[in-house]
Write a protein that binds this ligand. Structure first.
Ligand code: IMP
Length: 429
């Protein structure tokens, strides 16, 4: 028996919510280890729809949810999310939700800076969610973040706020945006402290204890490998590492705790925000995929860009992400297409290459090399065994496995939890 770590392998929105929910029902504890409320999961449980951004999905299944030290926490977003799910009937208490006392806090000034910087970037804008994620991570590594444990020490807050304002007000003034006062920050912190602090605890200690006691831990990644700050399409990335190795450092556990790494991949590719996307489709085929796949962002409602499955990009994501097997989602969106294509390489300045380049100029110039195969007319939606799938769809899945060098561990065939074909149980490693 092993723990399981789930990560996205493309540019996010691969349908992690359903898979994590399915796995959460078999886990004891579910841990978020990076990102913040830039993530978005939609969980459909019976007739209830849960929209989660920061809360670990396991809470919906009555499991312990953990927000690790690698997450940046917007306290107001967290509280309104808690209020929302409590209204829907969930129980969220310090017994069921543990938040790392060392997690950095996202302040209103972080969102203001995020948005002000995007506004002046013009055509080089990143297309961030505008939620202050980047500036909060910058403060963490710059050693000036206010962390949850600081909330119980007014004297620490006092000098930390001075340092923060010195830095951020200079920047905001330079960007022509309104600045913040110490009183405003203190009022914000004063308001959130009584609700946030009861959830704070030494998560690393509790997780270690649970692991030793043989509890099953599920680590729930946000965003995806191609948005990783080191391995993604930099600078069009998020500000955290999204690869599986971060599940350990972002929750305070050793690397062995990560267990089986399940990478989630859509049967095609989507992206929100700016940045390179070699297999992107700009025609009716792309629009058809977007429509059938209902490709609109959970967090910002932005339409997602759609394209063919990029096996070349994925091969890299599998390797740097440490992926042992993939969960392939939304195969049914390709039902009824005459032909389907897979990106099997790139052309760059007249040469064929097998690996995605690192420099942004080259990343923007690459053209996809496509392999096209016959599609299928039959529906794959709701299939629960390989026997339910048309032969051509199976061929497509097998070709993907071959090209990316990783097996399909799980195939999801509709948003419903039970419409899943299980090949290997990730918890059995
Ligand atoms: P940030 O994380 O708000 O700084 O945004 C940086 C980039 O990551 C932008 O392109 C966002 O659209 C993208 N991004 C952040 N979170 C998600 C997500 O959960 N799904 C898909 N894209 C995301």
């Amino acid at each position: 028996m092993s723990n399981v770590t789930v990560i996205g392998t493309q540019w996010g929105d691969e349908g992690k919510g359903k898979i994590v929910d399915w796995l959460a029902s078999r886990a004891d504890i579910v841990v978020r280890f990076q990102g913040g409320h830039n993530a978005g999961h939609t969980l459909v449980v019976n007739d209830q729809v849960y929209k989660l951004s920061l809360l670990p999905s396991g809470l919906v299944r009555g499991k312990i949810g953990v927000i690790g030290n690698g997450v940046v926490v917007d306290p107001k977003a967290l509280m309104s999310e808690i209020d929302r799910v409590v209204e829907q009937g969930l129980k969220v208490t310090p017994e069921t939700l543990w938040i790392a006392e060392t997690a950095p806090i996202i302040l209103p000034l972080h969102g203001a800076i995020d948005r002000a910087r995007e506004a002046v970037r013009g055509k080089h804008k990143i297309g961030t969610t505008g939620r202050g994620i980047g500036p909060a991570y910058e403060d963490k590594v710059a050693r000036r973040a206010i962390r949850i444990c600081d909330l119980s020490e007014p004297e620490t807050l006092d000098w930390k706020i001075d340092e923060l304002l010195l830095h951020h007000n200079t920047l905001l003034a330079g960007l022509g945006a309104p600045t913040f006062t110490k009183e405003e920050i203190l009022a914000f912190l004063g308001e959130i402290t009584p609700r946030l602090l009861p959830f704070a605890c030494p998560v690393w200690d509790r997780l270690d204890e649970a692991d030793r006691a043989g509890k099953r831990i599920l680590f729930e990644g946000a965003q995806a490998v191609m948005l990783d700050v080191d391995h993604g399409t930099y600078p069009f990335v998020t500000s955290s590492n999204t690869v599986a190795s971060v599940a350990a450092s972002g929750s305070g556990m050793g690397p062995k705790a990560i267990g089986f790494v399940l990478g989630i991949a859509k049967a095609y590719t989507t992206r929100v925000g700016e940045g390179p996307f070699p297999s992107e489709l700009f025609d009716d085929t792309g629009r058809g995929i977007a429509e059938r796949g209902r490709e609109f962002g959970t967090v910002t409602g932005r339409p997602r860009r759609c394209g063919w499955f990029d096996a070349t990009m994925m091969r890299r994501a599998i390797r740097v992400g440490g992926v042992n097997g993939i969960a392939l989602t939304k195969l049914d969106v390709l039902d009824g297409m005459d032909e389907v294509s897979i990106c099997v390489g790139y052309e760059l300045d007249g040469k064929t290459i097998q690996s995605f380049p690192s420099a942004p100029g080259a990343q923007a110039r690459v053209k996809p090399v496509l392999e096209t195969m016959k599609g299928w007319n039959e529906t794959t939606a709701g299939a629960r065994s390989w026997a339910d799938l048309p032969a051509q769809a199976i061929k497509y899945v097998r070709r993907i496995e071959e090209l990316i060098g990783a097996p399909v561990t799980l195939l999801s065939t509709s948003p419903q939890r039970d419409d899943t074909i299980l090949v290997t149980d990730p918890f059995e490693g």
